[in-house]
Design a protein around this ligand. Structure first.
Ligand SMILES: *Cc1c(COP(=O)(O)O)cnc(C)c1O
Length: 386
């Protein structure tokens, strides 16, 4: 919901663009900090959700660490003042160059996803006379019950190390002089709104910890990844995810060993609701069943609907007329360039301002130049003169 000052500001910019409500991001971060502090939990922000420098520097001021999935994300984290000793680095395909960047920066931990990766990190660390701290990213075979493209923790996925490889890993670690095992890492998927999924994860981690204990191994930290979902259907009713219940669940069901730290890697739940993609109606075109509202934003600015049929709430900020149904589409030459079918909007006309909500996560970071379009700019609530 926006007031008239904000509307006039948005309406005066060239569309399409990303708009970020930094007051909301600030309150979200306050909530995370308060709730995590009750249990001394460590939260890393998953940079891949939104790497906009203004967003990163605000998040950084709350003392969060960074979760990176590429060498360039590590560089971006450091540029925006995330301390190296709070950076974790995951990814199934870390290149030699990226491993070197991470070693040179002295990051907190590599989250390792395979045996050959551990061998390569050991080799590169040896050549640099360094020790790499690693956690094993374990595939716990827990189904996240989310879209299959964003499920990462079941046996068939490419992510992580499977339990039947543990024996071999322990042997490898004994012979890897430049590797130091400090943690066990899990990340089972994204946009998980059913908290019982995280309960299943906790119980599975308890079993896995027992296996390692039987083999005389207690790691310094457990990292349960991210994946906590947001309410895409009702962004104004639930602007801040329920971090209180989320962290309380881990406190209740995860059995940490003495002095063991618990780490999280949250992306979407931190930045998702603070962003909107603002666009203008180019044309309203007759269709067979419903009319088309053709926007000047498309899959180049927001890929999620085209990539995995993701739902985003769409609002007409300019019209208060009676509602009609529209297929809301972008200008790109692909039929998947569609933000929603039969969307009920107040009667819509050329030049109306449209907000596509909850685009703070996996929006701007996935922008592309397809059709040789320019990358859209971003604007921030803090810059509106009140
Ligand atoms: C993407 C990712 C995250 C963050 O996921 P969200 O669903 O945005 O919270 C955390 N950890 C890893 C390893 C990831 O790949």
């Amino acid at each position: 919901m926006i007031n008239s000052t904000t509307y006039n500001y948005l309406n005066s910019q060239e569309t399409p663009f990303y708009y970020y409500d930094l007051e909301l991001l600030n309150s979200t971060l306050k909530s995370i900090k308060e709730e995590a502090a009750q249990y001394n939990y460590h939260v890393h922000y998953a940079i891949k959700a939104n790497a906009n420098p203004r967003i990163l520097s605000l998040i950084q001021t709350f003392g969060l660490g960074a979760d990176c999935v590429s060498g360039n994300e590590i560089k971006r984290a450091l540029e925006n003042d995330f301390p190296a000793n709070k950076i974790v680095y995951a990814g199934v395909g870390k290149s030699d160059k990226e491993i070197e960047i991470a070693l040179d920066a002295h990051i907190f931990c590599f989250n390792c996803e395979s045996i050959p990766e551990i061998e390569v990190i050991d080799e590169i660390a040896k050549s640099k006379n360094k020790i790499a701290n690693i956690a094993l990213r374990i595939n716990p075979n827990v189904n996240a019950n989310t879209h299959h493209y964003i499920t990462t923790g079941i046996a068939e996925n490419k992510f992580g190390i499977n339990p039947w490889e543990f024996e071999e890993i322990l042997q490898l670690l004994e012979n890897s002089e430049n590797i130091n095992l400090i943690g066990l890492h899990f990340h089972i998927g994204s946009q998980i709104v059913d908290l019982s999924v995280f309960k299943s994860l906790c119980l599975r981690i308890n079993e896995i910890q027992d296996w390692f204990l039987d083999h005389q191994i207690i790691v310094d930290h457990i990292n349960v990844g991210g994946g906590f979902g947001i309410n895409y259907h009702k962004p104004d009713e639930e602007p801040i995810p329920d971090f209180k219940n989320y962290f309380a669940l881990f406190n209740e069901f995860l059995s940490l060993k003495a002095n063991q730290e618990l780490h999280f890697e949250l992306g979407r739940s931190i930045v998702g609701q603070c962003g909107s993609l603002i666009s203008r109606v180019l044309y309203v075109k007759n269709g067979i069943n419903t009319n088309f509202t053709i926007l000047d934003a498309g899959m180049t600015e927001l890929l999620r609907p085209a990539l995995y049929q993701a739902y985003h709430k769409i609002e007409n900020l300019s019209s208060k007329d009676l509602p009609e149904n529209y297929d809301v589409v972008g200008p790109i030459c692909e039929s998947s360039d569609c933000f929603g079918k039969a969307v009920s909007l107040p009667k819509t006309k050329r030049n109306d301002l449209i907000a596509i909500r909850s685009t703070g996560a996996y929006g701007e970071v996935m922008a592309s130049n397809y059709n040789l379009r320019l990358i859209a700019k971003s604007f921030f609530s803090y810059d509106i003169k009140k």
